[in-house]
Write a protein that binds this ligand. Structure first.
Ligand code: HEM
Length: 481
């Protein structure tokens, strides 16, 4: 009897101590304020709960109001400091691989592949990044891809106009994946569309609460990855065994050549890199295009200047039907501002995760080694200290010298060593898309679907427009009708 009572008492004391430790983690200094939430699940449920497209996520808004710009919490079993402070965010990016290291949840790594792009650090990361830049870096875009991107966008817009009603999240996904799958794997359109089907299943669970049970988004996501990887593996296998096909000299050949050298790149590595880059290449930019159309629709004062810029480009050239040249692209100053404004408000990547390598003292607080820091771009992009009337779509707010991919107040593409490798590609594709859209088509929003964040963007029932070829006599004001 006494022994049983003692055992129960020990369990209660042990449990209480564990809960106390959970709530009051050890730290050789002062931790930022905040709550660690419930044992194990922490505050994950609230972080992953769905919220409207506009505004700072309520999870963050509530806590910054209560605790300030740096607060502690716990997400998916990890102690976390969330930063909405531009200075801290910038510092985190600048100290990559010194004090902080790129980090993804175990579930995200499971989804994108162990030893893939997201999972690698140091030299291997640098090597993989350079490989990706050899495919989508500015030099390659300027000298090789710009005319093909132009042709691809024209082809798809023409097709959309033939259809009339188009879901502008889904249709750009098709436009972008057919281009990238051809560039990366040498796939034809039919294969690219099959791949996209698998990615669709994958996308639903990429940024969600990771419960692997049948019926959950995470489970469906794992299944989608498995199927997409099988397709990629089959294509790679076929390429490896076909001498004829190995003369293609495309990105896949380049990867296989690197694998054959047996220096850094393993085949597993290459497969996971292909998987991650294909995903990054179409999912993010299609969201930017869809939201860009929504913002242009909601703020019609932007369109006339956008049209003027693109009509002048056409007016000033001899061959009116020629593909956009690099010089013309570079001259699109207002469009570049529109693109920056789209990605600022779109906040496509809601949180950027880093692991703390050594205890970090910052703003009077200590963040212990092993903790996770989450940089939160939406809070920076929607802060009235950084942007006047931050919720207004106002491309005129950007000065030309501010149009870089990263700064203390603009981190839509991240920053530091891991700055988005596809930022130049994304900006080029969106700009060329806008060029043809405003010079050759008229469109109107048909059905404003429900768009939510969980915290990743989710177009619940798409975003539909009606689009048709513009007649010569259409004037600027009729473009959106
Ligand atoms: C509007 C479109 C896009 C947005 C908003 C976006 C955003 C981001 C962000 C925030 C990061 C940093 C993640 C981190 O630091 O952990 C990132 C990384 C990356 N993005 Fe993008 N991205 C876009 C388009 C693309 C495209 C088109 C590609 C195609 C190749 C791409 C490929 C990558 C890669 C490979 C990385 C990892 C870079 C590294 O770790 O060195 N992204 N992106």
């Amino acid at each position: 009897m006494w022994l049983s009572l003692l055992a129960v008492a020990l369990i209660v004391v042990g449990f209480t101590h564990w809960v106390y430790r959970w709530r009051n983690p050890k730290c050789k200094g002062l931790l930022p304020p905040g709550s660690m939430g419930l044992p194990i699940i922490g505050e994950s449920i609230e972080y992953f709960s769905s919220h409207p497209l506009e505004g700072i996520p309520p999870f963050i808004q509530k806590r910054t109001a209560r605790y300030g710009k740096l607060f502690k919490t716990s997400l998916v079993g990890h102690p976390v400091v969330l930063s909405t402070d531009p200075e801290v965010n910038y510092y985190v990016f600048q100290q990559e691989e010194v004090l902080f290291q790129c980090w993804y949840t175990k579930s995200a790594i499971e989804l994108t592949g162990k030893d893939g792009f997201l999972d690698n650090k140091g030299t291997v990361h640098k090597y993989l990044r350079n490989l990706v830049l050899s495919l989508v870096g500015p030099d390659k875009l300027k000298h090789n891809h710009i005319s093909e991107i132009d042709l691809n966008i024209r082809k798809h817009l023409h097709r959309w106009a033939g259809q009339g009603d188009v879901d502008v999240k889904e249709a750009p996904e098709i436009m972008l994946i057919t281009f990238m799958a051809e560039k990366i794997l040498g796939c034809n359109e039919e294969k690219a569309l099959e791949l996209r089907e698998q990615y669709r299943a994958f996308m639903g669970g990429f940024v969600c609460f990771p419960i692997n049970l049948p019926g959950t988004a995470y489970h469906a996501s794992l299944q989608g990855r498995k199927n997409a990887m099988k397709m990629i593996k089959d294509i790679v296998k076929e390429r490896k065994t076909s001498k004829e096909k190995r003369k293609k000299q495309d990105f896949l050949d380049h990867l296989l050549y690197e694998v054959d050298k047996e220096t850094i790149l393993t085949e597993e590595n290459a497969l996971n890199t292909i998987f991650a880059v294909l995903f990054a290449a179409f999912e993010t930019t299609s969201a930017a295009i869809a939201l860009g159309l929504k913002f242009l629709n909601d703020h019609p004062q932007v369109l006339p200047q956008l049209m003027e810029e693109h009509e002048n480009i056409v007016k000033n050239r001899e061959d009116k039907e020629a593909a956009i040249s690099w010089a013309e692209y570079k001259s699109m100053t207002f469009t570049h501002k529109v693109v920056n404004e789209i990605v600022r408000l779109a906040n496509i990547v809601p949180g950027i995760f880093r692991k703390v390598l050594k205890d970090v003292k910052i703003k009077g607080f200590t963040i212990p080694a092993g903790w996770i820091v989450v940089v939160c771009p939406p809070s920076v992009h929607l802060d009235s200290n950084n942007y006047e009337d931050p919720y207004v779509f106002n491309p005129w707010r950007w000065k030309e010298e501010e149009l870089h991919s990263a700064s203390k107040k603009f981190m839509a593409f991240g920053g530091g060593l891991r700055l988005c490798a596809g930022a130049d590609l994304a900006k080029l594709q969106i700009s060329i898309f806008l060029h043809y859209l405003v010079t050759k088509y008229r469109w109107r929003m048909k059905k404003e679907g429900n768009i939510v964040r969980t915290p990743g963007l989710y177009f619940v029932d798409g975003l539909h427009i009606h689009i048709s070829e513009r007649n010569k006599e259409d004037d600027k004001n009729q473009c959106i009708s």
